[in-house]
Design a binder for this molecule. Structure first.
Ligand SMILES: Cc1ncc(COP(=O)(O)O)c(C=O)c1O
Length: 404
């Protein structure tokens, strides 16, 4: 008989985890923590990326509350749904995301855990099809793009997208990057409400991008996380729809987290278009397999609530009213900031929740110390991150900082 090991005096021997390097913390998360710890009552946190209403809250949409009530009353099972998630959710979302292309059978979609989940799946699909594909990324971009692309093992090629000091898109630089790209390279594009700059491509610029992407045989991956928050649901997807018009292959990573206000419920979708329905079906089988490895299946609740809204005409109409209200608030605040000083006029011509101020780290720090205004070191701020009664104070502090 074997002796039973005794635990006295024993030390675990693996020590594997001790080899881990410290993680450089996400500066935005650190900023949120700093703002939360600030005891000043009049603090303004324009660092965090959530919509705030006039009272400074991030309320649950009426239509989502109503849908949750319906779910509570009628949902009679929480058994597994499978890697594709809620198929009715995807089907109902289809016309909003794909517009006039909704009937195209080469376009297939599945539910994902938020936009992040869709991006992760999309890039992993690219890596499965071609591990040497490069991803062209305009900078600055949303800070999580690079980690997600790196995690898929793909090479990133950066180009300058926006000149913060000139407050303009570096369109020539973008076009020369696309013109010089290799066939099969992936181009990451923000569908609308560019994060962090607010600088969206104009219609003419989209037309040039679409033409070049198609001509050079590039694969566009469109990240559309703020549809409906710039000009309207259809208008905000116009660039995506133009790509779908001419490109055989397109990947779309979509999020409902902002435009249904369900951030923590993690609701999104991934869409794949290829040259024929059979190839798209095969790509979807791969995507479902990758999803199975990563999270098996997406969380149900938020997508079920969105599906319940979209399955009901009155709730869908109310959603659109609420979304239009958010859009109007964003664009009103932009107009107010733009009118305050000619140097801020550019903010009125940008879109979505974010814009960048031409501040250095010292000015950002001063705004925080003197005015309890919290924004990212890059000067990115959430246009709609403050209550109505804070807007004038915010604008005055920003103009003061610009004057030095
Ligand atoms: C540009 C962009 N893409 C994707 C996402 C991810 O959204 P989600 O919260 O749905 O994962 C965000 C979120 O901030 C974003 O700004």
């Amino acid at each position: 008989m074997l002796d039973q090991p005794t635990t006295t005096g024993m030390r675990a021997s693996a020590q594997l985890l001790e080899a881990l390097d410290p993680i450089k913390s996400d500066s935005l998360l650190a900023l949120i923590a700093l703002a939360e710890a600030d005891p000043r009552n009049d603090k303004i946190d324009v660092g965090v990326g959530v919509y705030r209403d006039g009272a400074g809250g991030t309320p649950i949409f009426r239509c989502i509350k109503a849908a949750e009530q319906i779910l509570w009353q009628h949902q009679n099972s929480k058994s597994y749904l499978g890697s594709m998630g809620d198929r009715r959710f995807t089907e109902l979302l289809r016309p909003f995301v794909l517009g006039r292309h909704a009937g195209d059978e080469r376009l297939l979609g599945l539910q994902t855990p938020g936009g992040c989940g869709a991006l992760a799946l999309g890039f992993k699909l690219v890596a499965a099809a071609n591990p040497t594909a490069r991803v062209l990324v305009g900078t600055p971009t949303w800070p999580n793009h690079a980690p997600v692309i790196n995690a898929a093992g793909l090479e990133i090629v950066r180009y300058g997208y926006y000149d913060r000091d000139a407050q303009a898109i570096r369109f020539d630089e973008m076009m020369s990057m696309l013109d010089g790209a290799r066939a099969g390279d992936v181009v990451l594009l923000h569908g609308c409400c560019h994060n962090p700059t607010g600088a969206d491509l104009s219609q003419d610029q989209w037309a040039d991008v679409v033409r070049t992407v198609a001509h050079r045989g590039l694969l566009p991956l469109v990240d559309i996380a703020y549809q409906g928050l710039a000009c309207g649901l259809g208008e905000d997807a116009a660039g995506l729809h133009a790509l779908l018009e001419v490109c055989d292959e397109v990947i779309v990573a979509q999020s409902c987290d902002k435009n249904f206000g369900v951030y923590r419920d993690r609701v999104g979708s991934l869409w794949i278009k290829s040259a024929d329905a059979a190839t798209s079906g095969r790509a979807m089988d791969h995507v479902a397999q990758i999803a199975r490895e990563m999270w098996s299946m997406p969380p149900d609740h938020g997508a079920a609530a969105v599906r319940t809204v979209l399955d009901d005409q009155a709730l869908t109409a109310d959603w659109q009213v609420e979304l239009a209200g958010m859009r109007a608030r964003i664009n009103n605040i932009r107009a107010r900031i733009a009118a305050a000083d000619p140097r801020l006029a550019y903010i009125g011509g940008q879109f979505g929740m974010f814009s960048m101020l031409p501040f250095d780290a010292h000015q950002v720090r001063q705004l925080r110390d003197t005015h309890a205004i919290y924004m990212a070191d890059s000067g990115r701020f959430n246009v709609v991150g403050m209550a109505d009664d804070a807007i004038d104070r915010f604008v005055a502090a920003v103009v003061g900082a610009m004057n030095g």
